[in-house]
Design a protein around this ligand. Structure first.
Ligand SMILES: [Zn+2]
Length: 468
């Protein structure tokens, strides 16, 4: 029996997760994420898959995030004809993410095409969309959904089981038993204890090998419990000032976490009930998916809401805004309010209109609740720039900026190690590190060796490891 492991993505980087087990010539893929980065490089890396999609027999999808699921339509387009195994919440969220991506790609394409016609001297390259909406739907036909802790067989002779990753709704870590009895685990994206709504990361059965993510391998987060305290303080401030709180937030998970935390603060009588607007059609769709997957909820959510027949995401002072007419009406709203809108990094979407409306009033608050990449408006806001440009026009940044550091869906290195220590590690031969930048992976490697893990290797793109 020859078993090999290698990766074609998320090697010394955080996007494009694609891992492979070659089991006597049969290929099992784990995740099929999109590379994200500079336009030209990501287009090239995403378009040309360095492996034969037809040769992949079966796929396991750990969770719906775009950097794990976004290249599924390309895989199917290139001839993949196997099953995609995932939890049913992952399948449902993946559908939203893939369709949204097709839509964004089409918009981008039209925008660049128009620009290149207008400024031919710039010699811009126009890249076709990698897939359209019709193609984005095709992977959904391959899904076989399995709940947590139900054994399934992605290949003959291979037994797999999903465990809670504590990362986003539906996210799983995977434990595999391969022919010959070897056990390997994939962390997917490892979440954190205490995140609202979803259960904490589970402990996996004993493993010989573990493929572990290291996104925050060199960082320590504030405890998630702080998020409620910090939000409560902002809500009181806005109430006293009769002003607005604007929150650019990712539509999946972060938006629902915010709603959940505010709802519980209200239930406990710790904050006044300010009007809350969830202004993003995608966030509305994503929240609907949360509502139909109570099987993913943690004990607290079941106790507080499900068992007493209360909707965690619906209450009297929250409005979900779909149409752009309704969205514009929020501008006329007088008095204190909370506006949660996309995009998460304030690069596009309705949050821009709200920023224009409120950014120059020092009484208003802009809350930063997520990672802001370089060269995004969100980063400029987080860094408290004096002036920012929105739709090409300069605005003075006078609103108060509040950074809430407690929000993160990834474990930091101390949380990763605490999670690992709960396992039976007697059989563990090696940990493979993926999904992180150099400094993070190198620090995590040192920390893991420090607690006595016998071998820890940072996975290089395409490098083949024999497992035995
Ligand atoms: Zn993720």
């Amino acid at each position: 029996m020859a078993i090999k492991f290698y990766s074609h993505g998320a090697c010394r980087e955080v996007t494009g997760s694609k891992h492979f087990l070659d089991i006597d010539g049969r290929l099992l893929q784990v995740d099929c994420g999109m590379f994200q980065g500079r336009r030209e490089e990501s287009y090239r890396k995403n378009r040309q898959m360095p492996f034969d999609a037809k040769a992949v027999h079966s796929l396991i999808l750990t969770h719906a995030h775009f950097d794990h699921s976004g290249a599924l339509p390309i895989l199917v387009k290139n001839g993949f004809d196997g099953n995609i195994h995932a939890t049913s919440a992952t399948r449902d969220i993946t559908q939203i993410i893939l369709l949204d991506s097709a839509h964004i790609q089409q918009k981008d394409y039209e925008f660049i095409q128009e620009k290149s016609k207008k400024y031919p001297e710039r010699e811009m390259t126009v890249y076709d969309p990698l897939y359209n909406a019709e193609e984005a739907v095709q992977p959904l036909r391959h899904f076989v959904t399995v709940d947590y802790r139900r054994k399934f067989h992605p290949l003959d002779g291979v037994t797999a089981e999903f465990f809670d990753a504590g990362h986003i709704l539906g996210a799983a870590t995977v434990h595999l038993t391969l022919p010959g009895g070897l056990n390997i685990g994939f962390s997917g994206d490892l979440g954190r204890e205490g995140l609202p709504i979803i259960r904490d990361p589970d402990v996996l059965p004993p493993m010989d090998y573990l493929v572990l993510e290291g996104t925050y391998g060199d960082r320590l987060h504030k405890s998630i419990g702080m998020a409620g305290e910090e939000l409560a303080e902002l809500i009181h401030k806005a109430d006293a000032r009769r002003s607005k709180i604007l929150i650019p937030a990712f539509t999946i998970e972060r938006t629902q976490e915010l709603i959940y935390i505010i709802h519980t603060l209200q239930q406990e009588g710790r904050v006044p009930k300010l009007p809350i607007f969830i202004d993003s059609p995608m966030a509305v769709n994503a929240t609907a998916i949360f509502k139909i997957h109570p099987e993913c909820f943690d004990e607290e959510t079941v106790r507080r809401f499900i068992s007493v027949n209360v909707d965690p995401f619906g209450f009297e002072n929250i409005s979900y805004v779909v149409s752009s007419v309704e969205s514009k009406k929020i501008n006329d709203f007088q008095g204190p309010a909370i506006i949660i809108s996309a995009s998460g990094m304030a690069e596009s979407g309705r949050i821009l209109h709200h920023l224009i409306q409120h950014i120059e009033n020092p009484d208003n608050i802009i809350a930063i609740v997520g990672f802001m990449a370089e060269n995004t408006l969100g980063r400029r806001l987080a860094e408290r720039a004096k002036e920012v440009k929105i739709f090409g026009r300069p605005y003075l940044l006078k609103a108060e900026i509040a950074t809430l550091n407690a929000f993160s869906a990834h474990a930091d290195y101390a949380e990763t190690i605490a999670w690992l220590k709960r396992h039976d590690l007697q059989r563990l031969k090696k940990i493979f590190l993926v999904h992180g930048e150099d400094a993070a992976l190198e620090n995590l490697q040192r920390e893991l060796l420090g607690i006595g893990i016998p071998a820890v290797e940072i996975v290089e793109y395409g490098a083949v490891h024999e497992l035995n």
